[in-house]
Ligand binder design. Structure first.
Ligand SMILES: C[C@](O)(CO)[C@H](O)COP(=O)(O)O
Length: 148
Protein backbone atom coordinates (compact mmCIF):
# COMPACT_ATOMS: atom_id res chain seq x y z
CA UNK A 1 0.00 0.00 0.00
CA UNK A 2 3.05 2.23 0.31
CA UNK A 3 3.10 2.86 -3.43
CA UNK A 4 -0.60 3.72 -3.51
CA UNK A 5 -0.26 6.11 -0.57
CA UNK A 6 2.64 7.75 -2.38
CA UNK A 7 0.53 8.17 -5.52
CA UNK A 8 -2.25 9.75 -3.45
CA UNK A 9 0.17 12.13 -1.75
CA UNK A 10 2.05 13.14 -4.86
CA UNK A 11 -0.54 13.06 -7.63
CA UNK A 12 -3.96 12.06 -6.30
CA UNK A 13 -5.79 9.09 -7.86
CA UNK A 14 -8.83 9.21 -10.14
CA UNK A 15 -11.53 6.56 -10.70
CA UNK A 16 -9.82 5.10 -13.76
CA UNK A 17 -6.23 5.18 -12.55
CA UNK A 18 -4.36 1.92 -12.62
CA UNK A 19 -1.25 0.67 -10.91
CA UNK A 20 1.09 -1.68 -12.76
CA UNK A 21 2.98 -3.59 -10.06
CA UNK A 22 6.17 -5.45 -10.75
CA UNK A 23 8.52 -7.63 -8.67
CA UNK A 24 12.00 -6.14 -8.56
CA UNK A 25 13.26 -9.73 -8.63
CA UNK A 26 11.98 -10.20 -12.20
CA UNK A 27 14.55 -8.21 -14.15
CA UNK A 28 13.78 -9.59 -17.62
CA UNK A 29 10.23 -8.29 -18.00
CA UNK A 30 9.50 -7.24 -21.55
CA UNK A 31 7.90 -4.11 -22.96
CA UNK A 32 5.32 -6.39 -24.60
CA UNK A 33 4.19 -7.83 -21.25
CA UNK A 34 3.86 -4.37 -19.71
CA UNK A 35 1.91 -3.06 -22.71
CA UNK A 36 -0.41 -6.10 -22.63
CA UNK A 37 -1.17 -5.38 -18.97
CA UNK A 38 -2.04 -1.79 -19.77
CA UNK A 39 -4.12 -2.78 -22.80
CA UNK A 40 -6.14 -5.36 -20.87
CA UNK A 41 -6.64 -2.93 -17.98
CA UNK A 42 -8.95 -1.02 -20.31
CA UNK A 43 -11.38 -3.97 -20.14
CA UNK A 44 -10.63 -5.43 -16.69
CA UNK A 45 -10.20 -3.94 -13.22
CA UNK A 46 -7.31 -6.35 -12.71
CA UNK A 47 -4.80 -8.10 -14.92
CA UNK A 48 -2.49 -10.94 -14.00
CA UNK A 49 0.49 -12.11 -16.03
CA UNK A 50 0.97 -15.86 -16.24
CA UNK A 51 2.46 -18.71 -18.23
CA UNK A 52 0.96 -22.17 -18.64
CA UNK A 53 2.41 -24.63 -16.14
CA UNK A 54 4.75 -27.21 -17.63
CA UNK A 55 5.15 -29.04 -14.34
CA UNK A 56 2.07 -30.67 -12.87
CA UNK A 57 0.96 -28.63 -9.86
CA UNK A 58 0.60 -30.77 -6.75
CA UNK A 59 -1.27 -29.47 -3.72
CA UNK A 60 0.15 -30.69 -0.43
CA UNK A 61 -1.56 -30.44 2.95
CA UNK A 62 -0.27 -31.95 6.20
CA UNK A 63 2.65 -33.55 4.32
CA UNK A 64 0.38 -35.45 1.97
CA UNK A 65 -0.80 -34.82 -1.57
CA UNK A 66 -4.36 -33.59 -1.35
CA UNK A 67 -5.01 -32.61 -4.95
CA UNK A 68 -3.49 -32.82 -8.41
CA UNK A 69 -5.41 -30.31 -10.53
CA UNK A 70 -5.73 -30.81 -14.29
CA UNK A 71 -2.57 -29.23 -15.67
CA UNK A 72 -4.18 -27.56 -18.65
CA UNK A 73 -6.02 -25.25 -16.21
CA UNK A 74 -2.86 -24.45 -14.25
CA UNK A 75 -0.74 -21.38 -14.89
CA UNK A 76 2.18 -19.86 -13.04
CA UNK A 77 1.59 -16.30 -11.99
CA UNK A 78 4.16 -13.63 -12.75
CA UNK A 79 4.22 -9.88 -12.58
CA UNK A 80 3.35 -7.23 -13.66
CA UNK A 81 -0.06 -7.37 -12.08
CA UNK A 82 -2.26 -4.42 -12.79
CA UNK A 83 -5.14 -3.10 -10.73
CA UNK A 84 -7.62 -0.27 -10.77
CA UNK A 85 -6.45 1.74 -7.77
CA UNK A 86 -9.80 2.61 -6.09
CA UNK A 87 -11.15 -0.95 -6.53
CA UNK A 88 -7.97 -2.44 -5.08
CA UNK A 89 -8.03 -0.10 -2.09
CA UNK A 90 -11.69 -0.80 -1.39
CA UNK A 91 -11.05 -4.55 -1.07
CA UNK A 92 -7.67 -4.34 0.66
CA UNK A 93 -9.02 -2.09 3.40
CA UNK A 94 -11.64 -4.74 4.27
CA UNK A 95 -9.18 -7.59 4.54
CA UNK A 96 -7.94 -8.88 7.88
CA UNK A 97 -4.22 -9.04 8.67
CA UNK A 98 -4.40 -12.82 8.37
CA UNK A 99 -5.95 -12.60 4.90
CA UNK A 100 -3.31 -10.10 3.87
CA UNK A 101 -0.50 -12.32 5.13
CA UNK A 102 -1.84 -15.24 3.08
CA UNK A 103 -1.60 -13.25 -0.17
CA UNK A 104 1.15 -14.15 -2.59
CA UNK A 105 0.03 -11.75 -5.27
CA UNK A 106 -2.08 -8.66 -5.84
CA UNK A 107 -4.48 -10.12 -8.39
CA UNK A 108 -5.95 -12.30 -5.64
CA UNK A 109 -7.14 -9.17 -3.84
CA UNK A 110 -9.26 -8.37 -6.86
CA UNK A 111 -10.57 -11.93 -7.20
CA UNK A 112 -11.67 -11.80 -3.56
CA UNK A 113 -13.57 -8.63 -4.39
CA UNK A 114 -15.39 -10.51 -7.15
CA UNK A 115 -13.69 -8.75 -10.06
CA UNK A 116 -12.85 -10.60 -13.25
CA UNK A 117 -9.11 -10.74 -13.74
CA UNK A 118 -7.73 -10.58 -17.27
CA UNK A 119 -4.71 -12.62 -18.23
CA UNK A 120 -1.65 -11.31 -20.01
CA UNK A 121 0.75 -13.79 -21.59
CA UNK A 122 3.88 -13.97 -19.51
CA UNK A 123 7.21 -15.28 -20.61
CA UNK A 124 9.57 -17.91 -19.30
CA UNK A 125 12.34 -15.32 -19.37
CA UNK A 126 10.32 -13.14 -16.96
CA UNK A 127 11.67 -15.36 -14.20
CA UNK A 128 11.68 -14.60 -10.49
CA UNK A 129 15.06 -14.71 -8.83
CA UNK A 130 14.30 -16.45 -5.55
CA UNK A 131 16.84 -19.22 -5.03
CA UNK A 132 20.60 -19.37 -5.64
CA UNK A 133 20.03 -21.42 -8.80
CA UNK A 134 17.75 -18.69 -10.18
CA UNK A 135 20.53 -16.18 -9.71
CA UNK A 136 22.97 -18.37 -11.65
CA UNK A 137 20.43 -18.67 -14.44
CA UNK A 138 19.74 -14.93 -14.42
CA UNK A 139 23.46 -14.15 -14.61
CA UNK A 140 23.80 -16.49 -17.58
CA UNK A 141 20.84 -14.82 -19.34
CA UNK A 142 22.19 -11.34 -18.60
CA UNK A 143 25.60 -12.34 -19.96
CA UNK A 144 24.03 -13.79 -23.09
CA UNK A 145 22.05 -10.54 -23.61
CA UNK A 146 25.27 -8.54 -23.16
CA UNK A 147 27.02 -10.63 -25.78
CA UNK A 148 24.32 -10.03 -28.41
C1 LIG B 1 3.62 -12.16 -7.49
C2 LIG B 1 4.55 -13.27 -7.84
O1 LIG B 1 5.66 -12.80 -8.52
C3 LIG B 1 3.84 -14.22 -8.76
O2 LIG B 1 4.68 -15.27 -9.10
C4 LIG B 1 5.03 -14.00 -6.64
O3 LIG B 1 4.00 -14.69 -6.04
C5 LIG B 1 5.74 -13.11 -5.67
O4 LIG B 1 6.32 -13.88 -4.69
P1 LIG B 1 7.32 -13.38 -3.58
O5 LIG B 1 8.51 -14.25 -3.73
O6 LIG B 1 6.59 -13.64 -2.32
O7 LIG B 1 7.61 -11.94 -3.81
Amino acid sequence: MGAINYIHDQFGANEDDILVMHDAVRPFVTRHIIMENIRLAESYKAVDTAIGATDTIVKVENDEVSEIPVRSFMYQGQTPQTVNIPAFEAQYEHMTDEERRALSDSAKVMLLAGHKVGIADGDESNMKITRPYDLRLANAIAKEDDDV
